[in-house]
Design a protein around this ligand. Structure first.
Ligand code: TPP
Ligand code: SF4
Ligand code: MG
Length: 295
């Protein structure tokens, strides 16, 4: 696969004030700051309950410079559709309407409203930051928690079920733009958000987002852990649009090359402490099979 040249670069303007209520080392801080730079000031955010509502805070001491509608979990896709309709009525078509939600709020509780918005062809961007559990309420397992991970609501040997593939569910709606990204690759994320808002209709970006307290690693390793997820081939950076599917950034560079073993990723985090060896072997086999399909 051919690498597209990067022409964009991060802008200087900040839309997040210094100092917010996220934990030290929070991957969401990188995702949010980068995405807002790409979105710019003509943006309205729609945010359900999550660590992001805590990070943003509430007026008049909010950490964000952008207007935000805080909505209920199940309604994010519908609320964003309503905000888009309001912008149409006010003849403010140039506004970006952006739903920004966690993995639990997206892949479990908000999935039907997201599906409805995609099926109706609403002109919205939906960004899901995937920290792979319900973090804000104390690390409960979600549909997107990976197999084998220990949370406060899994058996002591870890989650038995597989991680739900939410980007594939959304892709089944055949929307004009869909991408995955990672907090560890902010330039790739920036490019994808820029591209998404240049396209009409529903757009979806799923962002892998390391969380030090929830995943059990030291706050200084957020980017290292995020990179290892990509370098081991467990989480892939890609985009899908009218031109088709392509790997991007580090995932594209990995194509046809040996990847790091998945244990390099698992060993960095306490949440994988109970992973049985047989499960590790099965996961490695699955990753190898998936990558054989890319080459
Ligand atoms: C209907 C409803 N159920 C439960 C809650 C409690 N709650 C608030 S935030 C949250 C966790 C959200 O998880 P996720 O969407 O993954 O975002 P994260 O906290 O991980 O950033 C929960 C369960 C709520 N606010 N509303
Ligand atoms: S619990 Fe995790 S996602 Fe939530 S603010 Fe803390 S580091 Fe960020
Ligand atoms: Mg979450």
């Amino acid at each position: 696969m051919e690498q597209k040249t990067r022409t964009l670069t991060l802008t200087e303007e900040e839309f997040v004030y210094p100092g917010n209520r996220a934990c030290a080392g929070c991957g969401l801080g990188i995702v949010y700051r980068t995405a807002l730079k790409a979105l710019g000031k003509n943006t309205i955010l729609v945010v359900p309950p999550s660590c992001l509502t805590v990070l943003q805070g509430l007026y008049p001491i909010a950490a964000t410079k952008l207007p935000c509608v805080n909505v209920t979990f199940a309604s994010t896709g519908a609320a964003a559709s309503g905000v888009r309709a309001a912008m149409r009525a006010l003849k403010k078509e140039n506004m970006n309407v952006v739903a920004f939600a966690g993995d639990g709020g997206t892949g479990d509780i908000g999935i039907q409203a997201l599906s409805g918005a995609c099926e109706r062809g609403e002109d919205i961007l939906y960004i899901c930051y995937d920290n792979e559990a319900y973090m804000n309420t104390g690390v409960q397992r979600s549909g997107t928690t990976p197999q084998g991970v220990v949370t406060t609501t899994t058996p002591i040997k870890g989650k038995t079920q597989l991680k739900k593939d939410v980007p594939s569910i959304v892709a089944a709606h055949r929307i004009p733009y869909l991408a995955t990204a990672s907090a560890a690759y902010p330039l790739d994320l920036f490019d994808k958000v820029k591209k998404a808002i240049s396209i009409k209709g529903p757009k979806y970006i799923h962002v892998h987002t390391p969380c030090p307290p929830g995943w059990g690693f030291d706050t200084r390793y957020t980017v290292k852990v995020g990179k290892l997820a990509v370098e081991t081939g467990l989480f892939d950076l890609y985009e899908k649009d009218a031109e088709g599917f392509r790997l991007t950034d580090a995932s594209l560079r990995l194509s046809g090359k040996p990847r790091k073993p998945v244990t390099d990723y698992f060993n960095t985090q306490g949440r994988f402490k109970s992973l049985p060896e047989t499960m590790v072997a099965d996961i490695q086999k699955d990753v190898d099979l998936k990558w054989a399909g890319y080459c």
